[in-house]
Write a protein that binds this ligand. Structure first.
Ligand SMILES: Cc1ncc(COP(=O)(O)O)c(C=O)c1O
Length: 428
């Protein structure tokens, strides 16, 4: 099949007629499929079910220092949980605080704290005329929603295959003291599945921001979420790089077990310099008398150590790898060489990122919806929901069952073809 751009008007019209027939047939089936949710499927959740048996009424519920986990206290998290999350985050347990069930809420709190209390003694952001954040795009919609919620101005920074465009990041943060942070998903990024290169991480560590209270929001949500046993991405550890660069306080590193155990019922943690952690503690001690230590105990006794976590992630990969491969194979078979879309082929994480021809993404998502397939809203991967090129679509292959996913992908590619043809016909 030749590239659509090379086709004559007549050829496009003929193809359009044929594809429309296929589309109408599928639409008549009245399907209801969902490729929008970055959630594990039920069979992935089943992998963790034995965690439910780890604690019962006969279990000794003391942590290793003898504290009764049924009661208040130990706001930093029990030592064995700090060790486990420290291993996952590749930092010493002294540099970890354990939180509740969600890393996103720790990120929300961190922005809220900076707004009302300021960062390590600096002026609270709410007292400044302007506060800005850099947002690598495409990125995670919920990050952007947090900064939007607090009225922080967001600046798009393009993602390259090595991570955010560091020339732009370096220039902007060194010149503008109102830039106070940057959102990063450094490994198997949401939505492209990109892992930052060593050089990118080192350039982050060496940043010389105009604002002393500038922080890198390093959301390592997919640190152990490999799809393949051998072919894995590697991310260098940023806290240590920052210490080496003489910039120990510049980063907050977030993580959670959401997509390791149970999303919404996992444990979250933050890793940072001791000075930063003091800031976190001062806020946390007003906020809570301690997080859920029984859940910490449950996780530690179930996983035991990092090997246990890797073993669990291999089981997840066995379930989701074929789903990624189904989507990628269909995209390649149906769209390869047509010049109407490009997509990423991640080695881990939860998403595939698709870029259509400019000005087509919204229409493609609408077309798929009309035939019963829900995709993440076009534009969601950009601050304020505005994709300047209207071309990025996030594909989430993990949640649907394999047959549903195959059908949903067929409908998606058909929608891409039809919308692209309509676009090309506008100029013929
Ligand atoms: C990059 C990223 N960070 C954070 C989260 C949410 O994490 P948590 O469940 O720990 O709040 C997600 C969930 O999709 C995510 O993709």
């Amino acid at each position: 099949m030749k590239a659509y751009q090379e086709m004559s008007r007549e050829e496009l019209l003929e193809l359009q007629e044929e594809l429309t027939k296929q589309y109408e047939e599928i639409k008549a089936k009245g399907l209801s499929l969902d490729m929008s949710r970055g959630k594990p499927s039920a069979s992935q959740l089943d992998i963790s079910m034995e965690m439910m048996d780890v604690l019962n009424s006969k279990t000794d519920l003391k942590c290793e220092t003898g504290v009764d986990c049924r009661n208040y206290g130990v706001p930093d998290g029990i030592p064995e949980a700090k060790r486990l999350l420290g291993e996952i985050s590749e930092v010493d347990p002294d540099h970890i605080l354990i939180y509740g069930n969600s890393s996103l809420s720790v990120m929300f709190d961190s922005v809220a704290r900076s707004m009302t209390q300021g960062v390590m003694g600096h002026t609270p952001w709410c007292k400044l005329d302007k506060v800005k954040f850099l947002c690598p795009v495409p990125g995670y919609d919920r990050h952007f929603k947090i900064t939007e919620f607090f009225g922080i101005e967001m600046i798009n920074v393009p993602m390259l295959s090595t991570g955010p465009d560091m020339d732009m990041v370096e220039k902007l943060v060194s010149e503008d003291a109102s830039i106070k942070g940057i959102w990063c998903v450094p490994k198997y990024s949401n939505p492209q599945g990109i892992t930052y290169s060593d050089e990118t991480v080192r350039r982050f560590a060496r940043l010389k921001p105009a604002a002393e209270d500038f922080r890198i929001y390093w959301d390592n949500a997919y640190s152990v979420h490999h799809l393949y046993d051998e072919d894995q991405d590697f991310l260098i550890e940023i806290l240590e790089e920052c210490v080496k660069a003489g910039n120990p306080d510049i980063v907050y590193k977030f993580t959670s077990t959401s997509k390791i155990s149970f999303p919404g019922s996992g444990i979250a943690a933050v890793a940072a310099s001791k000075a930063n952690l003091e800031d976190f503690r001062r806020y946390m001690q007003i906020q809570t008398i301690g997080h859920d230590k029984l859940n910490q105990l449950r996780h530690v006794r179930f996983f035991k150590n990092l090997d246990g976590v890797h073993e669990q992630m291999r089981k997840h990969a066995e379930i989701i790898r074929p789903k990624f491969e189904t989507v990628e194979a269909t995209l390649e078979k149906e769209l390869g060489g047509l010049g109407i879309g490009q997509w990423t082929k991640p080695k881990g994480g939860y998403f595939i990122s698709f870029d259509s021809m400019e000005g087509c993404a919204k229409a493609i998502v609408a077309k798929a919806k009309e035939a019963g397939v829900v995709m993440t809203g076009a534009g969601a991967t950009f601050p304020y929901g505005k994709d300047p090129k209207d071309s990025n679509i996030r594909i989430a292959p993990t949640f649907p069952e394999p047959e549903e996913l195959a059908m949903a992908t067929e409908i998606f590619v058909l929608s891409v073809k039809l919308v692209s043809i309509a676009k090309l016909l506008e100029n013929k």
